[in-house]
Design a protein around this ligand. Structure first.
Ligand code: FE
Length: 230
C-alpha cells in the first residue's frame, strides 16, 4: 500500500506565497485521493507490491489509463512538495552553472518557466528537466504524463492545475508562477536532483526521502526502490 507522504514543512510555512488553506486542500484532498485510487487500482492489477515508479511504468505499458493517471499524479504531487521550501535560496554551484549555460541567466530561466507554464493550455505540470541536451523547460498535460517513464530527469516541477493556485491567485497563473519561482522554489532540491542525474547520490523516489526525517509511516527509504529513469 502506498501512503500519502506528509508535507516536508508546516501547512502555513509557504505563506503568503501559498496559503495553508491551499496546501490543506491540495495535499489532504487532491493528493490523498490520487494515492487512495492508486492503491485500489494497483491491488486489482496485481501491482501493489513494488515501488510506485514501477506501477507508473507498468500501467503505462499495459495502457491501464486509470491506474496510470492516478499513480502518475500521486508521484508528481510527492515530487512537487519537495520542489518547495520556506527557505528558498538562489541556485548555486553546478545547478547555477547549468542554468546559466542553458538559459543565459537565472532570470532568463524564470522567464522561460513562467512562459511555458502560462501558455500551457488547461491543466498540467511545468518542469525543469535535464537530459542529453542539458537543461530545458517542458510541460506535460493533465494527468497524461509523468517523467518517471521518459528519458528525462526532473529537477523541478510546478503544478498548473487550478487547485494549486486558485484560492490564492484566482485565475492569475502567471502571478502564481512568478511568486512560486521567486519565493518558494527549492533550488537546493533541484541541485540534488541534478547531481543524482550524474550519478552522485540518490534521485527522488516516492515517497519523498526528505520527508522520511520526521515520519515513521513512509514505506521506502532511499536505496530501497528502483531509481526513476526520468
Ligand atoms: Fe495538484
Amino acid at each position: 500500500m502506498f501512503t500519502l507522504p506528509k508535507l516536508p514543512y508546516d501547512y502555513a510555512a509557504l505563506e503568503p506565497t501559498l496559503s495553508a488553506d491551499t496546501l490543506h486542500t491540495h495535499h489532504d484532498k487532491h493528493h490523498k485521493a490520487y494515492v487512495e485510487k492508486t492503491n485500489e487500482l494497483a491491488t486489482k492489477a496485481g501491482l501493489d507490491g513494488g515501488p510506485l515508479e514501477e506501477v507508473v511504468r507498468e500501467s503505462a505499458k499495459a495502457s491501464d489509463k486509470r491506474l496510470f493517471h492516478n499513480a502518475a499524479q500521486a508521484w508528481n504531487h510527492a515530487f512537487f512538495w519537495d520542489c518547495m521550501t520556506p527557505k528558498s535560496a538562489a541556485p548555486t554551484g553546478e545547478l547555477k552553472a547549468a542554468i546559466d549555460e542553458a538559459f543565459g541567466s537565472l532570470d532568463a530561466f524564470k522567464d522561460a518557466f513562467v512562459e511555458e507554464g502560462f501558455n500551457h493550455f488547461g491543466s498540467g505540470w511545468v518542469w525543469l528537466v535535464t537530459g542529453s541536451e542539458g537543461l530545458k523547460v517542458i510541460s506535460t498535460h493533465d494527468a497524461d504524463d509523468t517523467l518517471v517513464k521518459d528519458g528525462l530527469f526532473p529537477l523541478l516541477v510546478c503544478d498548473l492545475w487550478e487547485h494549486a493556485y486558485y484560492l490564492d491567485y484566482k485565475n492569475d497563473r502567471k502571478g502564481f508562477l512568478k511568486a512560486w519561482l521567486d519565493r518558494v522554489a527549492n533550488y537546493a532540491f533541484a541541485g540534488k536532483q541534478l547531481a543524482a542525474s550524474e550519478g552522485q547520490g540518490d534521485g527522488f523516489r516516492y515517497p519523498s526521502p526528505s520527508a522520511n526525517d520526521d515520519s515513521s509511516d513512509r514505506r521506502a527509504a532511499p536505496g530501497e526502490a528502483e531509481r526513476p529513469q526520468a
